[in-house]
Design a protein around this ligand. Structure first.
Ligand code: FMN
Length: 173
């Protein structure tokens, strides 16, 4: 299993942090780490770890295009998101995005964790007081605050273990 590529989209650094951890966890000398904005379509690899930040429950157009361009590859996904960390939510996010990956690839699974959101989102929630019921708004604010410490060490450890799992499913020890 020759070459590995970690390609990510990250607006505020959370997904980049996970991408770096994944890159470090790959036990190979033949590996690349690349921001999708610098991807010109010419990086040929065998195994792709593709990461994105969740925006309105999906990924950016660049990531959609990248996934759609892959054929006959081994592909794993990873992502960071702000508003939930349940397995159910992660599965929904995964379904939304693997729809863009052609079926002739070997899909290896996905890893998600939470990522802090920009302060403007909290401000917007606060401004909405009166528009939403207090209970709902307080829950939104709590969710925002819970995300502030992520990705944390535990998230990065889980990302590392995810790479180990991918290696196992590829038959690499
Ligand atoms: C415009 C915008 C839309 C977002 N949409 C979602 C969403 O639909 N679901 C979610 O869980 N998080 C959402 N988030 C939170 C981000 O996915 C999260 O903060 C992520 O870790 C950002 O990653 P980055 O630092 O790599 O850009 C949104 C954030 C922004 C700014």
């Amino acid at each position: 299993m020759g070459r590995f590529a970690v390609i990510y989209a990250s607006e505020t650094g959370n997904t980049e942090m996970v991408a770096r951890e994944i890159y470090e966890a790959i036990r190979s000398d033949s590996k690349e780490l690349l921001d999708v904005r610098n991807f010109d379509g010419r990086l040929e690899s065998d195994v792709y770890f593709i990461g994105y930040w969740v925006n309105h429950s999906t990924c950016s157009l660049e990531i959609m295009d990248l996934l759609g361009s892959l054929h006959g590859k081994h592909v794993a996904l990873f992502g960071t998101c702000g508003i939930d960390d349940s397995e159910h939510y992660y599965q929904r996010l995964e379904r939304n995005v693997i729809a863009f990956l052609p079926e002739d690839n070997n899909y290896l699974g996905a890893f998600y964790c939470r990522g802090k959101m920009p302060p403007q989102i909290r401000e917007r929630y606060e401004e909405a007081r009166g528009t939403y019921e207090d209970d709902i708004l307080n829950r939104m604010l709590q969710t925002y605050d819970e995300a502030l410490s992520h990705p944390d060490r535990q998230d990065l450890l889980q990302a590392h273990l995810f790479v180990d799992e991918v290696f196992k499913s590829l038959g690499i020890r």
